[in-house]
Design a protein around this ligand. Structure first.
Ligand code: ADP
Length: 428
């Protein structure tokens, strides 16, 4: 059975359609975001204020609908679900913890926690047992008879979590859950969330605080409504993961907020990026996978291959692994068209920094679009030839193929891209 709980395909959100007329351009709260949530994930969404964190959380948790694109929850398209089924789904499967999720002031802590299940057909003894277990886990068993105004901030927030968990949801959505807490209580809360995650609750948490995000397994960084970086904790310690998160946040601040030409930038470069490998992970979250394409019969660049996820092309059989190390295979005969685009990444090499261009490939099939970011350099021309030999329509608005013919070597081609695709060098 699939482990995918939520899948968002190319979702965008525009709150105010008239803004196009008012400001002359579309303002996206979310812009073409792809996202997959798998059972057991603990994903922390970060990004500057206004980058779309809450909007993404609201769309994924069915509280809001994207303007474009679609979301599947437990293999059902939200847009096709009846309102009642959606309510039932939220009730059965989702829990919510928000910064200002007010408890009902005239109910005791016990009744506040019980409120979501009292309306169901559960026996009062079952309800009591469940609340007792939760209260013990969350260390609020001593305050069950109190009222919300008699509780500390930490107790109040832990009660909100108990209320969110009382239905035993599969996914817990948290928006700045520690916003009202001091540091000690924030850590306590996050330890509880980690513990829940270890016992199979999947968690999506929005935070602006790297320390909070370091409790997760994955940090996803948003900027201007798009996913800019994804860092997986893997085997790293929490301390190492925190360092990696801090570097991404720091780097993105440098990349987007500061003037790159300022002399101060070149004398005070950002810390080393070796550990984060943003190059590999930028936009590679789930559906956009960074690969090195290995075509049968052609020599590969061993240096690039060593540090890359290979995508193998044997005849028309394509195989590679996505970021979750799932094996992806498809037949090239299914591909209806290929869209080629470029992306520029600002990379810091010691004191030297430079934009590096990579090719984005969207391979459109009836099943969906395989999204790739390609690390091949000069040898990519063989891949383009392969597309033509297989009679696939190639959409190439940035004339990448022409650039390969005009500038076969990577150095001069990169310089050419820099001259001719200046629009990619600034933030979108
Ligand atoms: P974040 O959570 O990262 O601070 P949000 O998702 O709240 O970002 O907001 C993303 C963008 O959408 C911002 O520009 C914000 O002003 C806008 N926005 C959010 N909610 C609304 C709304 N209800 N109506 C209009 N614009 C909104």
């Amino acid at each position: 059975m699939s482990n995918i709980l939520i899948e968002a395909n190319n979702i965008s959100k525009i709150y105010d359609q008239d803004i196009f007329l008012k400001r002359g351009k579309n303002i996206y709260a979310l812009n073409n975001v792809n996202f997959q949530l798998q059972k057991g994930d603990f994903i922390c969404i970060m990004g500057p204020s206004g980058s779309g964190k809450s909007t993404l959380l609201n769309c994924l948790s069915t509280l809001d609908q994207p303007s474009h694109g679609d979301i599947q929850i437990f293999n059902q398209y939200i847009s096709q679900m009846h309102k009642n089924d959606l309510c039932e789904f939220r009730y059965q499967k989702l829990g919510f913890v928000f910064q200002n999720h007010n408890l009902i002031p005239y109910l005791s802590i016990y009744d506040n926690i019980a409120a979501p299940i009292i309306l169901g057909n559960q026996k009062s003894q079952d309800i009591e047992n469940r609340i007792k277990i939760l209260a013990k886990d969350l260390e609020i068993e001593g305050i069950l008879d109190k009222f919300p105004h008699e509780c500390s901030g930490g107790e109040y927030q832990r009660t909100a979590i108990a209320r969110a968990l009382v239905n035993e949801p599969e996914i817990l959505f948290c928006d700045e859950p520690t916003g009202n807490l001091d540091s000690k209580n924030s850590h306590k809360l996050l330890k509880i969330l980690s513990h829940l995650n270890q016992r199979d609750t999947t968690i999506v948490l929005v935070t602006h605080d790297p320390m909070i995000a370091s409790y997760g397994k994955t940090m996803m960084y948003l900027y201007d409504g798009g996913i800019k970086s994804v860092v997986q904790r893997n085997q790293a310690t929490q301390r190492e993961f925190l360092d990696q998160i801090n570097q991404v946040v720091h780097q993105d601040t440098l990349l987007y907020e500061f003037d790159q030409t300022s002399p101060l930038q070149s004398t005070n470069p950002a810390p080393t990026t070796e550990k984060i490998k943003v190059d590999n992970q930028d936009k590679a979250f789930i559906s956009r996978q960074t690969v090195y394409m290995v075509l049968d019969g052609f020599k590969s660049d061993e240096n690039i291959l060593k540090n890359s996820t290979p995508l193998y092309i044997h005849g028309t059989h394509i195989s590679y692994q996505n970021v979750h190390h799932d094996d992806i295979e498809f037949d090239f005969k299914d591909i209806q068209e290929i869209r080629m685009d470029l992306t520029a990444q600002f990379v810091i090499f010691g004191i030297y920094s430079e934009y590096v261009f990579h090719i984005l490939l969207d391979c459109v099939s009836p099943q969906g679009t395989y999204k790739l970011k390609v690390k091949n350099k000069d040898d990519f021309i063989h891949i383009i030839d392969y597309f033509h030999q297989n009679h696939v329509k190639v959409i190439d608005p940035r004339h990448i193929e022409d650039a390969y013919h005009q500038y076969p070597d990577d150095y001069s081609r990169q310089k050419y891209y820099k001259r001719t695709h200046k629009d990619l060098l600034k933030k979108k």
